[in-house]
Ligand binder design. Sequence first.
Ligand code: NAP
Length: 358
Amino acid sequence: MTEIDTEAPVCVTGASGYIAGWIVRYLLEAGHTVHATVRNPAKPSAVAHLERIAAETPGTLHLFAADLNTPGSFDAAVAGCQLVMHTASPFVLSGYRDAESALVRPAVEGTRNVLAAVDRTSSVRRVVLTSSVAAVFGDNIDIRDTPAGVFTEAQWNASSSVRHNPYQYSKAAAERVAWDICARQDRWDLVAINPAMVFGPSLTASSQSGSIDTLVQLGDGRLRDGVPRLSMGVVDVRDVAQAHLLAGFRPDAEGRYILCAGTRTMLQMATNLRSRFGDRYRFPRRELPKSLVWLVGPLKGPVTRRFVTRNVGIPLRFDSGRSKALGIRYREPEKTIAEHFEQAVRDGLLSRDRRAAA
Ligand code: NAP
């Protein structure tokens, strides 16, 4: 049981991010002092929304510059905190050259750097790590190795590597490192949050989160010819943020928490969006045969044949019982996805030019 003094500042790493924005907002609304790390506090697109929220809420915001790749750079932000929420980690699914330097190193060495700062800071009692279901499984087919055909917190992703699903690998490796470091001491405890694919309104239009592009591509014409039968777990960004606060402040929070409101295929998501937004956007209308995706997928994008074989057409199930016991009441995925799409439209991410070019 870990009691956190609510008067002590709370450190949030990667505060400019999609998920972290909501965490910072809820902390400031509740009157906390937040030590928010960003790579560049002078970049308005990274911090303007946080400063605006701070001006409208009872809490206090302090910004700190820190980079996952720079040892020691989190020390100033962690100083005086009892609770550290480590969200910073690259979430990119394509567009990088070298997965090791773009994804794995910042995730793993960044976690080491943040936890080294925690180890050096005697005030810290708890770390909440933003992990992922990617640390639970790598490919949908991994569900066949589970005892009851459902992913629980007991599973670990053992199928990903730097070459195959490097993002998933980065999350599993970073979470393992965090548990190893935590086990070497007994002053602070670790709680891991393992969300499925996160959707829902963003407080910033500048996030590069893979969530946002996954949603936008359903409506911008890139998938107009059809989608693979790919299932994913879905959870609302506001529920993920609330889970961080519950995991941070509930004395009895412990271990890992899968967060998933339900699973949906890409076509189910697109059909939901068409029923609400009509034909203004070029939502896909059909699923492509797996054999076709296997054949042409690698030619059209970063999808590999190994990924297609091990994921397309294979349903997913998650046990989110532990997160419900923690206090999470999940929003309905259809509403989450629709609200997110509406906002992406408002932010100009589905502008007429982009649709015409698609
Ligand atoms: P995001 O908006 O891209 O946020 C990632 C944050 O990491 C950004 O604020 C970015 O800061 C920071 N970052 C990246 N590289 C960094 C570096 N070298 N040094 C310092 N900061 C760095 O993505 P998100 O979706 O909110 O993801 C946040 C966390 O949730 C990640 O750990 C991700 O793996 C996890 N997660 C996300 C999902 C999802 O579906 N979105 C699901 C499960 C888990 P800058 O502003 O400096 O770029």
